[in-house]
Design a protein around this ligand. Structure first.
Ligand code: PMV
Length: 324
């Protein structure tokens, strides 16, 4: 049986993170320059039921039976077996790799889950639909993040810019965004890992203590997201930049920024970006800056001088994939 591989992109949240967990909308965009990849191959020399897992990026080389059941890789693999009612899989090797930085707000964990689900279900002769892939990845996120909005699994599964809102536990609204004008985003890493579960958990604690205060911040973020959608759809990217910077300030108010993130946001604005903000869970990870294509390399230099450990420039354009 030939080896089967699948990959999944990283993602950024353009506007709306954290408030999206509380039912407000957010806009997310796939980032195809960074990817997670899973390869599944038959392992006929091993006894049936032996699943060998190699993930060199995170130093894992073991069997499924030896991994803790709550390990994210084990959860992804077992979710496929359970969905297909497979109690004794054929002997196989799963190799996982990723160029997406871990715990950096770029969706690495979700992309890895999605690549595994796609490759394994295809290897077993039952490739899952996008809808099933996204649903399984959301269930996995719940185990690890507690209260995810579902935006990460949605944008990474469908691989196109989306406007996302969770109306209720089982009702989400997803709109594919058309982009009349391509725009350039610089993604710059503080180099500080920050698990999303801890910032999401901290925001929840704060919201439980002062619900009205936090609800009013979420409302302001929701308004920014709606305005951002209008600016994107009418090609007004400079106005979109101002909204991103305003969103960053509200994330500061939520307590999820950090001196390093603030420094990178300031550096990109000083170098001429139209707007900038942290992206994802915050406290560490990445900022995103919106700029003209001509200014991207100048802004990248400014970001590196201000301490960014890594920066990538990505051109956001009309649909990369069209089956939403
Ligand atoms: O996974 P991250 O760090 O990109 O964060 C996802 C966005 C949050 O709104 C912070 C969490 C969520 O589930 O929506």
């Amino acid at each position: 049986m030939p080896a089967i591989s699948a990959s999944a992109p990283g993602k950024i949240i353009l506007v709306g993170e954290h408030a999206v967990v509380y039912g407000r909308p957010a806009i997310a965009i796939p980032v195809e320059q960074v990817r997670a990849k899973a390869i599944v191959s038959a392992n006929p020399k091993q006894a049936p039921g032996t699943v060998f897992i190699q993930a060199p990026n995170i130093g894992i080389e073991t069997t499924l039976a030896e991994l803790p059941v709550e390990d994210p890789l084990a959860v992804a693999v077992n979710s496929v077996f359970q969905t297909l009612n497979i109690s004794r899989p054929p002997a196989l090797t799963l190799r996982v790799s990723a160029t997406i930085p871990i715990a950096a707000g770029l969706g690495s964990g979700t992309a890895i889950s999605i690549a595994i689900i796609r490759a394994l279900s295809a290897f077993l002769g039952k490739p899952f639909s996008d809808e099933r892939v996204s649903t399984l990845a959301y269930e996995i996120e719940k185990i690890h993040h507690g209260t995810p909005s579902g935006i990460d699994n949605t944008v990474i599964t469908y691989r196109q810019p989306i406007y996302f809102q969770r109306i209720s536990e089982d009702h989400i609204e997803i709109k594919k965004i058309s982009l009349p004008q391509a725009f350039t985003i610089i993604i710059a890493d503080t180099g500080i890992p920050s698990p999303t579960s801890s910032t999401v958990g901290d925001v929840r604690q704060a919201w439980l203590v002062q619900p009205e205060h936090y609800e009013s911040i979420f409302d302001k973020i929701g308004t920014i997201v709606k305005e951002a959608l209008c600016e994107i759809q009418s090609g007004q990217v400079e106005k979109l930049g101002k909204l991103m910077t305003a969103n960053h300030q509200l994330l500061v108010d939520l307590g999820v920024s950090s001196p390093e993130l603030d420094r990178l946001v300031r550096a990109s604005l000083e170098a001429g970006a139209w707007g900038a903000k942290l992206s994802g869970g915050g406290r560490g990870g990445n900022i995103i800056a919106l700029a003209s294509e001509e200014q991207a390399s100048w802004i990248t230099q400014g970001l590196k001088s201000a301490g960014a450990t890594h920066a990538i420039t990505t051109l956001i354009s009309e649909s990369l994939h069209t089956n939403l």
